[in-house]
Design a protein around this ligand. Structure first.
Ligand SMILES: [Zn+2]
Length: 69
């Protein structure tokens, strides 16, 4: 399924959501969470899923989803 530019897919529940933020804000937030890691190794989860997991858990999810090999 093709996603619109202002949409993202949650890496945990797989739902597609509209971005409620600007890319600039996202990059800043991700940099704080992830540090300087390549864009393709970052995962985005929806707000509900984010509440359930810690940033370090994202790595686990990323691996499970095949974002990180
Ligand atoms: Zn989710």
């Amino acid at each position: 399924m093709a996603m619109k530019k202002d949409e993202y897919k949650c890496a945990k529940c797989g739902g597609v959501f509209k971005k409620g933020w600007s890319d600039k804000e996202t990059m800043k937030e991700m940099k704080e969470l992830w540090g300087n890691i390549p864009l393709e190794e970052r995962v985005i989860v929806c707000d509900d899923c984010f509440k359930e997991i810690h940033p370090e858990k994202n790595l686990e999810i990323a691996r499970k989803c095949g974002y990180i090999k």
